[in-house]
Design a protein around this ligand. Sequence first.
Ligand code: SAM
Length: 321
Amino acid sequence: MNLSTDENNSEFKTQETTGAAYLAAEGFFEQLKSELKGITKVHDRLILTDQPLQKSYWAQNIWQNPIIIPIKSIKDGAQKLKAIQRNWNLYSFQLHRRAKLIQESLPYVSCSPIQFPSPPPKGKLGSWTLLDSNIILASPECSSVFPNGEVHFIEDKEGPPNRAYLKLQEALMAIGTLPQPGDFCLDFGGSPGGWAWVLQKLGATVLSVDRSPLDPKIANLPRVQFEKKDAFSFVPSYVKKTSNKVDWIFWDVICYPEKTFEWISKWVESDFCKNFIVTIKFQGNNDYKISEHFSKIPGSKLVHLYQNKHELTWMLTKDTI
Ligand SMILES: C[S@@+](CC[C@H](N)C(=O)[O-])C[C@H]1O[C@@H](n2cnc3c(N)ncnc32)[C@H](O)[C@@H]1O
């Protein structure tokens, strides 16, 4: 990204930059940095590059076409942003007070937690920051419609046994389709039952498989069954013996990513299930190469969700291919 603005230019023209910018999820800056080329500058969690849009699994939000906007005052900054579009979200890494005053002069954008299930917010949300007191870096187009890519749901403190349900809710929103009443779901690594809770609430039937039991309040829910078994034994030929269809496979098993890939490949090849949500859990910091193998599976998506920890989520729905 060429950040040189001609500050002597009396017209203070907005300038296009040559590269996209990438916002790391908190705690996962190094993972993002190592997958990007042409890094020109780092502003806390925001990485600027001089390259066109690059593939990134770890970015929480991608500023797809940032522009540099010289400003004369807070009011001028707000006016220039408003002239581009209505909705803007501030990523503030310095000059916090000045940046906040500009943001407060812009139309209100709701950051309230959302109810699940509901479709993602419609409309564009741009991102901007202050590079210095008189220069805004702004991207009208971003990869996420959520402020800084943070997806917050209204939480249920009673029903689910843990917070893992939030990760599944975010994944289902990202994949853009939901299990339907009557669908049969296999939920591997299902204990204590956060994902099963989400799935049965949607009306689907769930068979959770884990070496540890489900929380009794989940095990007793209608449409939830449990088998205490090794998830890896559920290969397509084994499942076909007892089930005439599998609509969804959910996988949240703690294991080596290579093992997950080998197992999931059998299922994708079998064509016996059309929809998959799989977490790939990394142990060290040097085992990310497998990500490429997952991402090459046709029609699939590989992302670091806001609710993900040291893991990526791989998703595939064959209905959209
Ligand atoms: C992150 S927890 C799953 C949380 C769960 N998805 C939920 O919503 O509550 C990972 C689970 O993987 C299970 N697990 C690890 N290896 C397994 C295996 N080979 N077969 C079945 N379950 C396994 C663990 O027992 C653990 O319950």
